[in-house]
Design a protein around this ligand. Sequence first.
Ligand code: DAH
Length: 345
Amino acid sequence: MIKTDLKLFKKEAEKEINSAQSLKELNEIFKRYLGEKGEIRKFFRLLKGLSGKERKEKGRLLNELKKEIERKFAQKKKIFQVAKKTLEEWFDITAPGERPALGHLHPLTLVRRKIEGIFQMMGFSVVEGPEIETEWYNFDALNIPKDHPARDLVDTLWLKNQKSKIKNQKLLLRTHTSPVQIHFMEKNQPPLRTIAPGRVFRHEATDASHEHTFYQVEGLLVDKNVSLANLKGILEFFMKRFFGENVMLCWQPSYFPFVEPGLELLMRCSVCSGNGCSTCNNSGWLEVIPCGMVHPNVLKNSGLNPKFWKGFAFGMGLDRLVMMKYKINDVRLFYSGDLRFLNQF
Ligand code: DAH
């Protein structure tokens, strides 16, 4: 074991360390040189047979060699570690970005806009009215007498301890959009054509076909010489535009205090195709548009002379139309906020 041997040995070791291609390979080389049974240990073992002075001298040389090889290993190890870290932290700046999930309109909004579009095409304007109403607008002006069941506490949500500034009337959450008719006739001179979509509220237990809060679209047309034929024509046109030419419709007489005569437009239930299901109460038909000729008292209450003006009105349930359009059998789904449902639109 002479000095030149050690030099050669060192060179050899360095060469091997430098050529290592991976951390794993480096560890194996490390074991071979510096491990329990490694080459350097072997050299140290040879020292045993030497005399004191020589052993000391050679020992020093060997220790130096060992330290240097260790340093080389540490250097190379660092290179691998840095490379690994860089690889982990690297990201591709040319990769296309992730698209943020886009929201979309609620089915009730989509359908409301579609309905508005069809009526606008026929010259109707779109207006809004207040959700908090007085007894006058929600009931009296609409010819709903004091003893009418709709005025029963069970149906109406009243505002506690609050009265209207005008006439000190009791306040309530509107139970229908019909009061917008009155507001509109008060503010505008006929001929009138308008629809008023909006939220309405009722004191009701909820089930698959009832909600305490839902949407209606009110319609009003006032002009000279308006007849029931105009009403039927416009609503049938609307239904065909909305559901398609093949929609099956049927009319039946009905009663609402604010119209005379009162009618109801029914359509074949789309959930069961007319075979009968819980949505249509097993009748195969569903009332979708209650309507009629505006009652003379309603015109009078709005400041119009019923001798000159005639009109028709309707008030469709928006939720019900959406249910028919998309074959949905539970109205509560609209308000559940369940994305599994909403994402389908
Ligand atoms: N307001 C009625 C309701 O909520 C619906 C209605 C019926 C509206 C006949 C009208 C109408 O304009 O003419 O049940």
